[in-house]
Design a protein around this ligand. Structure first.
Ligand code: CP3
Length: 342
């Protein structure tokens, strides 16, 4: 049996102390991240400079001793590799060229071309698999097709994903062609990460919760199933974490329907409900409110212990319900880890 606690949880083992890592654990709440990012010049240069991307991935491991490291990259590198223009506006977020009609889709590159852009990411994975401590699991990741499509269509983050919904209902043939292209690119991208040394992969479907019930099967479940099936065919035994954020009742059955080994829960999900309806099928990850990493104090300790206790009867990976924010206090990470490890 492996000494890697994350792999043990993903294999279905119940552990007295759940292994822990945090979404966005490499990020702007850490002064050392800001220093390396400044050295890189900008966020995308950081993503595409393997030595620096590996360095920021390792920073939270050195500082806190998390059980997993997540590759430093971004879900929007795939659209860029497919030919979309991508840039980040400081303080606002990502901007991309939009997909408004057939001509924009026809201008995208074929799936086989993505490695030209993404090969530095695989180099980062190789460095990390050499340099990580032997008990730290390396997680690779990609965005799920629906979430990636929402950014490609709108050209930016949107509160309600309205442009993507409009294309989905107004021009389903074009929308489905885009979803297919992203799905196939995601399979090739994640497969290359695994070949470079990623031990687990995670699919981030940050906007899954905006899909109406009658579209959830087609655009959240089916693409995840296709990606997971293809990856497990090529890499037997590869563990996969799926994060259909804000899926609500649709969290139930998601692991079985997609083949995921673990479902990550956002912080709107009630733990008692999740134990009965999600953890019954296997490992769950989550789901502390990221705001507590800002406010800290006894409330952070109590909530961490409550979540640990709630999921203690089955396989559990401790995490937040969404990414840690730039205003979080790094000292609260130590408080959190002490609360769940003591
Ligand atoms: O530490 C980690 O979790 C690994 C790296 C990682 C990043 N983005 C780095 C990043 C991961 C796993 C992601 C995933 C990601 N990226 C998602 C899915 C998860 C989620 O948060 O819902 C999404 C939707 C994106 C797209 C994206 N990237 C947005 C909307 C933004 C701007 C918002 C923000 O937080 O600034 C980014 C930028 C981004 N990606 C940063 C980081 C560390 C901040 C960039 C900076 O340093 O200025």
């Amino acid at each position: 049996m492996t000494s890697k606690t994350i792999l043990r949880a993903l294999a279905g083992e119940t552990q007295a102390v759940p292994p822990a890592w945090l979404m966005r654990q490499a990020g702007r709440y850490l002064p050392e991240y800001k220093a390396t990012r400044a050295q890189a010049g900008d966020f995308l240069s950081l993503c595409y400079t393997p030595d620096l991307a590996a360095e920021v991935t390792l920073q939270p491991i050195r500082r806190f001793g998390f059980d997993a490291a997540i590759l430093f990259a971004d879900i929007l590198l795939v659209p860029q590799a497919l030919g979309a223009d991508l840039w980040f506006v400081t303080g606002e977020g990502p901007r991309l060229s939009t997909i408004d009609g057939q001509a924009d889709f026809d201008a995208l590159k074929p799936v086989g071309a993505i490695h030209d852009t993404l090969s530095p990411v695989y180099e980062t994975v190789k460095i990390l698999s050499r340099e990580l401590p032997s008990d730290t699991t390396l997680i690779g990741f990609a965005g799920a097709p629906w979430t990636v499509a929402t950014y490609m269509i709108a050209g930016r983050g949107t509160p309600d994903q309205a442009p993507a919904h409009a294309l989905r209902t107004g021009n389903p043939a074009l929308f489905d062609a885009l979803m297919d292209r992203i799905t196939e690119a995601t399979i090739e991208y994640l497969s290359a990460q695994v070949e470079a040394g990623a031990e687990v992969v995670k699919l981030f479907d940050s906007w899954a919760g905006s899909l109406p019930a009658d579209a959830f099967e087609t655009y959240a479940i089916a693409p995840a199933r296709r990606i997971i099936t293809a990856l497990k065919d090529r890499h037997p035994g590869l563990p996969v974490i799926a994060f259909p954020r804000e899926a609500g009742p649709a969290y139930e059955g998601f692991a079985k329907a997609t083949g995921a080994d673990c479902v990550a829960l956002d912080n709107s999900v009630d733990a008692a409900w999740a134990v009965a309806h999600v953890q019954k099928d296997g490992c769950v990850q989550g789901n502390l409110d990221p705001k507590l990493m800002v406010t800290g104090g006894q409330q952070l300790i109590d909530e961490a212990k409550r979540i640990k206790a709630a999921f203690s009867g089955g396989p559990h990976i401790f995490n937040l319900g969404h990414g840690i924010t730039p205003d979080a206090d790094p000292e609260n990470v130590n408080v959190l880890l002490e609360a769940i490890r003591s």
